[in-house]
Design a protein around this ligand. Structure first.
Ligand SMILES: Cc1ncc(COP(=O)(O)O)c(C=O)c1O
Length: 372
């Protein structure tokens, strides 16, 4: 039996009636962009994230881009980002004419290493952008302390971490602005592209609302050069339905992570398969369940073996950000980022979606044990 990396059809079966009802309501209303449905979703999403406000946008990438624009980041500025993340984290900085300054990650959680941030801060640094990679929050107390010392902003890339917690507070409420992606494979996934930005600052929220519509208020009076970062009413309506199920889905992912830990222990894979670890004070939501091998050769062998058995798996991400061709001319890309290199060479994502059965997980573990 094939085991996909993610089975969205299984999830859809459980919410089909609710989704069809609200989408029908949107069709009947013929209000497709922004409007009351978006506002209703925004207020519940903000509350879910322990934040005062949320502003729905067109994607996670646009959430990051708009957040940096609202902070006035541009030409000549620098933004600290982890050397290992999805491309958008650094791409948005570059698009604004600012420079992504890379900092290595820690292998214990694949997140930016706070101990290496301060040495990369210069007079041009305007923000730190930690990523809560795979669904576990970065070390936000340490990051916020550094940001406060230097008077710079913290933009959380919480694209993979909706519902994740750090010392009892949720992702999106841990920095100056929080950026979320509702790409379908995220724990809260839309039926297309969408995203959101969270903030508890009233003035920032007003700016976010204006920047989302080309910096205008009222209509056709433009105070800033923003963009079209609007969210569709259909996405907001569907996300609103899904939001009510999010915690139970996250619990399913956490349960599966525990089951994997037990199954790998029983299989005796030991330190040949490094499992994800929930760090102290964190609540991991396992957007991805990432395992690590001793290097590229083993990882690629396991990948090929799982594929031959129709077991879904994926490399997130095969290259570090400083290794990307489009960044080859940036200063700093030839510095060493040893932990990021190890992560890019040795990691593999395996299925962890909530509908997965224990038998399926046992099969995944059996095949991995057979391939190492
Ligand atoms: C860490 C991270 N940042 C940013 C993004 C961008 O989100 P989107 O694909 O919705 O533009 C993603 C999602 O792919 C992501 O995983």
């Amino acid at each position: 039996m094939a085991i996909p990396l993610l089975d969205l059809k299984a999830q859809y079966k459980t919410i089909r009636e609710e989704v069809l009802r609200v989408t029908e309501e949107v069709y009947e209303s013929q209000i497709f962009i922004l409007g009351k449905r978006v506002e209703d979703f925004e207020s519940d999403f903000a509350a879910y994230c322990h934040s005062k406000y949320s502003v729905g946008v067109s994607s996670g990438t646009d959430a990051l881009l708009e957040a940096l624009m609202v902070l006035g980041i541009g030409q000549g500025d620098e933004v600290i980002v982890p050397a290992y993340s999805f491309f958008a984290t650094a791409g948005v900085v570059h698009r604004l004419g600012a420079r992504p300054v890379f900092v290595d990650v820690r292998l214990e959680d694949y997140n930016i290493d706070p101990a290496q941030i301060e040495q990369k801060i210069s007079g041009r640094t305007r923000a730190i952008m930690p990523v809560h990679l795979y669904g576990q929050c970065a070390d936000m107390d340490a990051i916020n302390a550094i940001a406060a010392r230097h008077g710079i902003a913290v933009v959380e890339d919480a694209a993979q971490a909706v519902g994740a917690e750090y010392r009892g507070k949720r992702a999106g409420a841990l920095g100056t602005l929080g950026c979320f992606s509702f790409f379908p494979s995220k724990n809260l996934g839309g039926f297309g592209d969408a995203g959101a930005i969270t903030t508890s600052d009233d003035a920032m929220r007003e700016k976010l609302i204006d920047f989302r519509v080309h910096g205008m208020r009222p209509k056709y009076y433009h105070h800033y050069v923003g963009g079209n970062f609007r969210i569709d009413a259909l996405q907001a309506a569907i996300l609103h339905v899904k939001l009510r199920h999010l915690d139970s889905w996250a619990e399913g992912r956490r349960r599966n992570a525990q089951t994997y830990a037990q199954l790998f222990a029983e299989a005796g894979t030991g330190d040949r398969v490094v499992l994800p670890r929930e760090l102290e004070g964190r609540h991991h939501v396992y957007n991805q369940y990432i395992i690590r091998f001793d290097g590229r050769a083993t990882r690629d062998r396991v990948l090929e073996h799982l594929k031959s058995k129709s077991i879904g798996c994926e490399i997130y991400y095969p290259l570090t950000l400083p290794q990307q061709k489009c960044f080859a001319d940036l200063p700093g890309v030839r510095e060493a980022y040893p932990s990021s290199d190890i992560a890019a060479d040795g990691t593999l994502a395996i299925p962890v979606y909530p509908e997965l059965t224990k038998d399926q997980m046992a099969e995944v573990v059996r095949e991995i044990a057979a391939a190492i």
